[in-house]
Ligand binder design. Structure first.
Ligand SMILES: Cc1cc2nc3c(=O)[nH]c(=O)nc-3n(C[C@H](O)[C@H](O)[C@H](O)COP(=O)(O)O)c2cc1C
Length: 329
């Protein structure tokens, strides 16, 4: 029996199978961040055939301050809702549930002219080398509101949920990692302080969207850097996020991004997802290195995760999911 083809119900939404289109930045939005026809066509092509259990869009910025680059979609303004509705219709027209990844890039923004902000006045170890300005306490206090307003817009647009981006070295990941968070206030130091902002964001989003809307969080569970976040803290953080109300934990890398240094084996983050899955009761997504359906099947059979994200293989071949479902039957 195929594990890949088993449906999964999360809250009120039933996913037809365990295959997830992983979030991938396209740089296809208009300069103001609104949804372009090119972007609609791209996601239509990726979801056509309805073979995906779930699609997660690329990261979209929750505020101008949190924008990563020109060409990134915006969820920062009510004026974006119409375009986002058209995008939701594309996925739903193809029979695919979809969530929007919402993000603040913090000190990892790549726009050359941008004044970077982060938890502390440091450069991210894997970034451009540019030093960020430390966010003032009142600015930190505004971040949950930005995520909540973004989530409201995503809900108004008709999507099935949002994914809070807390991986790959972006703002929330910068708060988690001891390498980028040197704060001495209640957001720095012990792990419970370094995940305080995450918890506030989760609560603010849940308060805004209510209970009939999926809330995913992508967690950078390990930095693979000396002095950075390690998996023990990733597990503790995952438990705290589940407790705070997250419906799905999407496991990936931290400051070093979506790859695991030194390996490209299928499911290279299973050493992170498996210990997290062992202690939480919400579904866990594992992404990274999967290029063939039988690899996804094996990772599910091993109990490494409940859902398998596929990125680059679907970037290369838009019919990947359709073929995977066919060969798994
Ligand atoms: C071009 C590209 C853009 C990406 N953009 C995002 C993004 O916006 N948000 C995110 O969480 N991950 C992003 N990722 C990481 C993917 O979601 C995924 O974790 C990574 O590609 C590893 O999975 P794969 O081996 O199946 O490609 C991106 C990856 C690629 C290749």
């Amino acid at each position: 029996m195929s594990h890949l083809l088993e449906p999964l119900t999360i809250r009120t939404l039933t996913l037809r199978n365990r295959l997830v289109l992983a979030p991938m930045a396209t740089s296809k939005a208009r300069p103001d961040g609104s949804i372009s026809d090119e972007l609609l066509a791209y996601y239509d092509e990726k979801s056509r055939g309805g073979a995906l259990g779930l699609a997660i869009t690329e990261h979209c910025f929750v505020s101008e301050q949190g924008r990563n680059r020109i060409g990134q979609p915006s969820v920062a303004d009510d004026a974006m809702v119409d375009g986002l509705s058209a995008l939701a219709e594309v996925f739903h027209g193809n029979g695919v549930p979809a969530v929007v990844q919402i993000s603040h890039a913090g000190a990892a923004a790549v726009e050359p002219e941008k004044r970077l902000v982060g938890p502390s006045g440091v450069a991210t170890p894997t970034g451009s080398g540019r030093v960020a300005r430390a966010l003032m306490p009142e600015e930190v206090a505004d971040i949950p509101r930005q995520f909540a307003a973004a989530a409201r817009r995503v809900k108004e647009a008709g999507f099935d949920g949002v994914e809070i981006h807390a991986a790959h070295g972006y703002l929330l990941n910068q708060f988690l990692s001891p390498l980028t968070n040197h704060r001495t206030d209640r957001y720095g130091g012990a792990l419970k302080n370094r995940i305080r902002l995450h918890i506030q964001v989760i609560h603010a989003v849940r308060d805004e969207v209510g209970s009939d809307f999926l809330l995913l969080l992508r967690l950078g569970a390990h930095d693979y850097l000396e002095g950075g976040t390690v998996i023990g803290e990733g597990v503790e953080a995952a438990l705290a996020f589940e407790e705070a109300g997250v419906d799905v934990l999407d496991i990936s890398g931290g400051l070093t991004g979506y790859g695991r240094p030194g390996t490209v084996e299928p499911g290279y983050f299973s050493e992170l997802s498996a210990p997290i899955k062992a202690v939480v009761s919400v579904p866990v997504i594992l992404t990274g290195g999967v290029t063939e359906p039988d690899q996804a099947e094996r990772l599910l059979a091993q109990g490494a995760a409940d859902l398998i994200g596929v990125g680059r293989a679907m970037l290369r071949d838009s019919a990947w999911a359709v073929k995977a479902v066919r060969t798994s039957q």
